[in-house]
Design a protein around this ligand. Structure first.
Ligand code: CA
Ligand code: CA
Ligand code: CA
Length: 396
C-alpha cells in the first residue's frame, strides 16, 4: 500500500486491525451468527429458489436468477418495493440440467444467457414473466469448449458490440501449450456470432467478467489452483503449510492479447512448483500480466461487481467480491462478501462486509454472485442456504 493510500484510509477510518474488529450488526432475517459490517444490514431478498447462482437486472428492476441444476432462469419482482421479491416466475426453462446456465446480461431488450454449449437471448413481449422468444446466438460449433469436464462455467459479457465468454481449465492445472486448446482463455464474438477472436489467455477459471464503469476495461476474478505443493508436502505429519496459504486468488484487469500466467505462474509471477523445471518458465513470466489485487488462497473468489451507486459511503468505484470458500485449505477461508477499495482506478485495500463463517468453522452461507440493485443496495446469491441476500447501508 502506498503511503498516500494508507493516509486516506486512516483519515476515513477504514483501516481496522482485524477485518472483524468492529462491532457487528445482526439481521433478524439472516441466519444467526452471520457477521455484517457495522453500519450495514443484511436481509433476505429472495427465499424459495433452490441453488441460485448468477444474477442480472433487467427493466423494471426485475432480477433474473440462473438455476443451473434445473436448467432454468427465474424472474423475481418486488412489486411493493419493500426489498423482498415476492413474485417469482420461471422466465426460461427446459434447458438440460447442468449444461450450466451461467453468465447473464440484459442487453438491447433481451436477456442474453450462456450455457456450456450455447449463448442465447430471450424476451417476454407479453410481460407475463415467462419468455415467449428464446433465440440461439452462438452454438457449440462456434463456442470454445475443448470438451466437457473441469471448470465448465461460462462467463458472459456484452460490451461495445462484442460478446465475451470464458471457458476454464479442464483440470486443476493442465500441462499443455497455450495454443493446444481453446480452454483457459477469454474469447470474443460479434453480436451475430461471427468474428471469433481470442481476447486473453492464461486464466484458470473466471466465472464473471465486468466492465469498470466509465472505461472499457474488462475485469474479473480468477480461482486459485488447488493442491499447489502437494508433491512437496508428502510428510503428512507436517500438514500442508505451503498449500494452505498459496496461491492467492486473483483480481485481474484483462486486456486484449494479455496472458495471465496459469498454469505455470501464480500470484505475482510466482512459479508453480509443479512446473519449476519448465524451460519456458521465465519467458512466460516476462509475458504475464500480474493481478491487480490478491485475495486469500482458497477463498474461491467467484464473482465481482463494481459499485456505481451513492448509497454506500465512499464506495463508488469499489469492487464487491463473492467469495464462496474452497475445500483445499486446512482452516476455512472465504465464505464472505468482501469489498476491494479503489483509488485512481486501482485497488489498495480489502475489507469483509458479510462473513458466513461462524467462529471460523461453521459454514452459514457460500456467496456465488453479487450485483448492485437499482436502489443502490447490493444483492448476492448463496447456493449453500439457497437464499438471495440484500446488503443495505443503514448508517450508525
Ligand atoms: Ca416486496
Ligand atoms: Ca411471456
Ligand atoms: Ca494469474
Amino acid at each position: 500500500m502506498n503511503p498516500r493510500s494508507l493516509l486516506t484510509l486512516l483519515s476515513v477510518g477504514l483501516v481496522a486491525l482485524s477485518p472483524l474488529a468492529q462491532s457487528s450488526a445482526y439481521s433478524a432475517d439472516g441466519p444467526a451468527g452471520v457477521w455484517v459490517r457495522d453500519g450495514y444490514a443484511l436481509s433476505v431478498a429472495v427465499d424459495g429458489i433452490k441453488l441460485p447462482r448468477f444474477l442480472a437486472y433487467g427493466p423494471n428492476s426485475t432480477l433474473y436468477v440462473s438455476v443451473p441444476k434445473e436448467g432454468k432462469i427465474m424472474a423475481c419482482r418486488d412489486t411493493d418495493g419493500d426489498g423482498t421479491y415476492e413474485t417469482i416466475t420461471t422466465f426460461v426453462e427446459g434447458k438440460a440440467p447442468n449444461t450450466i446456465l451461467q453468465g447473464m446480461q440484459w442487453h438491447d431488450g433481451w436477456l442474453w444467457f450462456a450455457q456450456l454449449n450455447s449463448v442465447s437471448k430471450a424476451r417476454d413481449p407479453n410481460g407475463d414473466g415467462k419468455a415467449d422468444e428464446d433465440v440461439p446466438v452462438l452454438s457449440a460449433e462456434q463456442l470454445p469448449t475443448g470438451a466437457r469436464g473441469g471448470h465448465m462455467w461460462r462467463a458472459l459479457l456484452i460490451h461495445q458490440g462484442r460478446i465475451y465468454t470464458h471457458v476454464g481449465d479442464q483440470t486443476n492445472a493442465t500441462d499443455e501449450p497455450i495454443e493446444a486448446s481453446e480452454r483457459r482463455k477469454i474469447w470474443s464474438f460479434a453480436l451475430d456470432g461471427s468474428d471469433k477472436k481470442l481476447f486473453a489467455s492464461g486464466l484458470r477459471n473466471s466465472e464473471k467478467l465486468v466492465v469498470r464503469p466509465g472505461t472499457n476495461e474488462i475485469w474479473g476474478v480468477d480461482h486459485d489452483i488447488d493442491t499447489l505443493a502437494m508433491k512437496l508436502e508428502s510428510d503428512k505429519k507436517l500438514g500442508q503449510p505451503i498449500t494452505d496459504h498459496n496461491p492467492p486468488a486473483e483480481l485481474n484487469h484483462y486486456v486484449e492479447g494479455g496472458f495471465y500466467g496459469h498454469p505455470w505462474l501464480v500470484g505475482k509471477n510466482t512459479p508453480n512448483p509443479n512446473f519449476i523445471n519448465d524451460p519456458k518458465l521465465v519467458e512466460y513470466a516476462s509475458k504475464a500480466t500480474i493481478p491487480e489485487w490478491l485475495m486469500p488462497a482458497h477463498c474461491s473468489a467467484n464473482s465481482l461487481t463494481f459499485y456505481t451507486g451513492d448509497k454506500f459511503p465512499r464506495a463508488h468505484g469499489d469492487i464487491f467480491v463473492a467469495q464462496k470458500g474452497g475445500w483445499n485449505a486446512t482452516a476455512k477461508v472465504g465464505y464472505c462478501l468482501s469489498r476491494i477499495l479503489f483509488e485512481d482506478g486501482h485497488p489498495y485495500g480489502e475489507q469483509k462486509m458479510v462473513n458466513f463463517l461462524k467462529n471460523g468453522t461453521e459454514i452459514l452461507g457460500r456467496p456465488v454472485d453479487c450485483i448492485q440493485a437499482p436502489d443502490g443496495s447490493l444483492v448476492f446469491s448463496d447456493d449453500f442456504g439457497s437464499k438471495i441476500y440484500r446488503l443495505k447501508y443503514v448508517g450508525k
